[in-house]
Design a protein around this ligand. Sequence first.
Ligand code: FAD
Ligand code: SIN
Length: 537
Amino acid sequence: MTKQADANAAETSAYDVIIIGSGAAGLTAALELATRLRVLVLAKGSLTGGSTAWAQGGIAAVLDAGDTFENHVRDTMVAGAGLNDREAVEFVIERAPESIDRLVELGVPFNKDSGDLHLTREGGHSHRRIVHVDDATGWAVQSALLRAAEANPNITMLGGRTAIDLITDRNRERYSGGGHVWGVYALNEETGWVERHVARATIMAAGGAGRVYQFSTAPRGATGDGIAMAWRAGARVSNMEMMQFHPTCLYNLEVKNFLITEAVRGEGGHLKHPETGHRFMTEYDADRMELAPRDVVARAIDDQIKRFGLDYVHLDISHQPPEFVREHFPTIYDKLMGLGIDMTKEPIPVVPAQHYTCGGIVVDLFARTDLPGLWAAGECTESGLHGANRLASNSLLECFVFGEAAASDILTMWDELPEPPAILPWDESRVSDSDEQVVIKQNWTEIRRFMWNYVGIVRTTKRLERAANRIALLRQEVEDYYGSFVVTTDLIELRNLLQSAELIVTSALARKESRGLHYTLDYPGLKATVRDTVLVP
Ligand code: FAD
Ligand code: SIN
């Protein structure tokens, strides 16, 4: 038996459900499913490598007596420029308080204020409603979910597994058409073998595609794998042009993707021209100023940088008492002090950077995708919650609500789900190792650079067409390379990065208006009809 055949033989049909991704969405689903079923969670690299662990600001939930669900719904729809699905928005927002209760039960040590949970404020929110653990909420949430999953005998977690492609009916021994999903082929990063993981139900929770851009706050693995896998398997993808840029990423030549949480502005931080000290938001949104939604603030900063030839603008919270700043933002304070910046005394240099993928795999309120056997949750999806621009701190919430929805749906319909058929082994014909890793590196860098320059905060049709041309050229090269050599994580990611770039550019070209995060100089106005950009494979 060859090594690869060995890996194929190690088929893991011992599990009922396979989850791709160990972030907030994947682990929420796993914990709920494990009440009755045996669950396998696969993750690329380490189990804490997704965006969840990096989240800073917190989780939005209506918990204050003076606040209402209706307020939160309105704020979400205003930020989303009306492209949101109201039913999905209500679905998520009404479930937020119970999601927070479950996290408290799991031991997430949210900050308190006189016995109640402390609520901070972020851009686009009309009320204080962000629960948080200092300025490192994501790490606390990820740790609590992992602790609970590791302690659960019905959950097995395997890090170091890069999912390559979903197993569909095309991979059955006797292909009969149709698009049922039966699990996933995944690369074991240690052995280099490709494993078959087969199950009655699969949940895609593989996070966003932020790394398609040169500058992004997202972790290294956010290469759109989940979106690309679902697309290749035949699922619709929507609103991919809605890539969110966070206004305030630290500008530093060594540390390239450190986020300065929106809560710094929520707690009084001002944006200023670095030379004149002018609070420039007066020119862009005099009412909401620094707390306008992210698209407005990011475009304002982009405009200042381009208009005055700046490298960055300043975010200044040094007018607040030093103790207040240190107490609210200990992680950021320590990080900046390490770089020689004392935020209690001086402004922080910041630039916008890609931050969140609002579009993704189309799901309904049961987290069902178009493909039987495949559910999806979290940043890889387009559930209707975010519309044209995600409201700050609504995304962890979406992970909890839709992770739970996917699990409940699978549990409800478990007895009706068919047993998997016999599945073909991984195609072993690609036996030679590539001797030119430079091709991968070069293409990866090229994609990220042209996406930043041509498909960024402000777009034009000409720039988008240039990007589309570059993608068409690279596509052939990447597919040839993928078809010829043994797969590696870098190669799998490059293929998915390119696929994600193509989905973003195709969607952006299709939207002939400026709405939310999609701003184009060629169509600066809003269209009267509100429509999702839905791509069909
Ligand atoms: P992730 O947490 O990204 O997890 C994805 C998982 O999929 C990982 O385990 C990864 O290894 C795995 N994976 C990916 N590809 C593969 C593959 N091919 N094979 C196997 N596994 C794979 N949102 C908020 O609501 N509040 C905040 O304060 C906030 N702050 C943020 C700060 C930063 C710096 C960033 C980057 C994002 C922030 N967000 C915040 C957004 C939020 O963190 C994410 O949207 C959310 O955590 C996504 O969770 P997820 O479970 O969908 O995916
Ligand atoms: C932040 O802390 O600014 C990020 C919040 C978010 O992305 O929702």
